[in-house]
Design a protein around this ligand. Structure first.
Ligand code: PFF
Length: 452
């Protein structure tokens, strides 16, 4: 039975900003530069771009089709579109993925909140040992958990207000602010002495660095960055109106997401290269250890610029984390709200509480629970691995098979062309990518990873 009381987005701009908000997150500003630094710079970026436009974007379009055609949460959407068939399991995997991603994501978002406050209190421009600062903080048994709780409460507050008054309204405020901060920081970073080296690293590909593991990392990064595979975009699309063009909306989201990732590289690498002796392949510590060192060394003469730069940078990271976390939260809130007939605020409270418990476990895996290992991994690492390397690629394969091969072709075409009112050529091209390129391409890479 169709639920006529469901929320919906108000307009196309809101839809693009909310979906791009989901995509633009820590994945762009924290994970992307980390991966670029580790995997050799420009060559990685080129491989990444191919994955974005030929694999991840078709999956995004598929999720949009599933969501809008069914107008239901990620589990019920399969019940409606393929009644009596086991496809709903993909929906449940998405619900599980939503809980896992939001839990470990909130830990990094909590660190970001702490760093935002620390930078505003001038603790990040006071020339201390930032490796020690970071390690002491993340291994503290309770402090990071308080920040996880605070961050989850912000997320909860927005989601509980609903689709239009919460998600859409706040995305419309946060996304333009985020883009404005990126432009300010990039201008500042590019004007630093020695920034040319950073640009070289980003713009000159060295293909000798492209190995199988670089290719896999690029695929994982593309899926994570575009939020595809766990039904997040399908849930958002279930609130789209009939006149929203799905293919061009997906293109806009991919474009904005990629732009932000590359611009983040333009912020971080010129700044890092302008300070000699700082490593670009510092891994996840790049943003939390390397950058505070950069702020200190580069702006030692004019501390006020360092203060503003670091403050703005962590506010940027926090905004990005929040626009994404609301979308992960929404997958599970919509599911509990519709499946168990909980009120929206109640459903949101359950999600927040579960993620707080799981997030605390992830946070403790950097300190007192360091020795608790499952398959050789701590909770944080395990949740990251299970979602980015397993659930997201596996569900993405099933989603593209579902839309490409199982769903009625006429239904898919009418979703892609808005009942034949839009150009058919782009729709045909996407049907081809969804049927042939995405499932086979992803399966080969996924199986290769699994077997190795
Ligand atoms: N795309 C987000 C980022 O780049 O940070 C992460 C994300 C959001 C993953 C939503 C999954 C998701 F459902």
């Amino acid at each position: 039975m169709q639920n006529t009381n469901r929320g919906s987005f108000g307009g196309k701009l809101g839809i693009i900003l909310a979906s791009a908000g989901s995509a633009v997150g820590l994945g762009n500003i924290w994970r992307f530069p980390t991966e670029v630094g580790r995997n050799g710079g420009a060559a990685f970026i080129l491989v990444y771009l191919c994955f974005v436009f030929f694999l991840a974007m078709p999956v995004m379009v598929s999720e949009f089709v599933i969501g809008r055609a069914s107008k239901a949460n990620t589990v019920d959407s399969y019940h409606r579109l393929a009644p009596g068939k086991p496809w709903f399991i993909v929906g449940y995997l998405g619900v599980l993925g939503g809980f896992l991603v939001l839990s470990f994501y909130s830990v990094v978002a909590g660190w970001t909140l702490h760093y935002t406050i620390a930078s505003l209190l001038r603790q990040l421009t006071s020339g201390r040992d930032y490796g020690e600062f970071f390690n002491n903080f993340v291994s503290n048994p309770w402090q990071p958990i308080v920040y996880v709780a605070l961050f989850l409460l912000f997320t909860h507050f927005i989601v509980a207000r609903g689709v239009q008054a919460g998600i859409e309204r706040y995305s419309k405020i946060m996304m333009p602010a985020l883009l404005a901060i990126i432009l300010i920081l990039m201008t500042c970073s590019l004007s630093m002495p020695g920034s040319r080296e950073g640009l070289r690293f980003l713009l000159h590909p060295d293909f000798s660095k492209v190995t199988a593991s670089v290719v896999l990392s690029a695929m994982g990064q593309a899926f994570f960055s575009l939020s595809v595979g766990i039904g997040c975009l399908a849930t958002y699309a279930s609130y789209f109106q009939r006149d929203v063009p799905l293919v061009s909306s997906a293109f806009s989201v991919c474009f904005i997401d990629t732009l932000v990732a590359i611009l983040s590289g333009f912020i971080i690498f010129p700044a890092v290269f302008s300070v000699s002796g700082v490593e670009v392949d510092a891994g996840p510590g790049l943003v939390f250890i390397t950058l505070p060192n950069v702020f200190n060394m580069a702006f030692g003469d004019v501390p006020v610029v360092g203060y503003l730069f670091s403050g703005l940078f962590y506010i940027l990271l926090l905004l990005a984390a929040l626009t994404s976390s609301i979308s992960m939260h929404e997958i599970d809130t919509a599911f509990l709200h519709e499946k168990f007939h909980l009120s929206r605020p109640h459903a949101a409270s359950v999600v927040t509480a579960v993620c707080l418990v799981l997030g605390a476990a992830c946070s403790l895996s950097f300190g007192s629970w360091e020795d608790v290992r499952i398959f050789g991994m701590g909770f944080f690492e395990l949740f990251d691995f299970l979602t980015a390397k397993f659930i997201m690629p596996l569900c993405s394969i099933f989603i593209s098979i579902f839309v490409g091969w199982v769903l009625d072709r006429k239904l898919v075409r009418s979703e892609l062309t808005n009942d034949n009112t839009l150009h058919i050529r782009a729709a045909r091209f996407f049907v081809f990518l969804i049927r042939w390129v995405a499932p086979f391409g992803m399966s080969i890479i996924f199986l290769n990873e699994l077997l190795s």
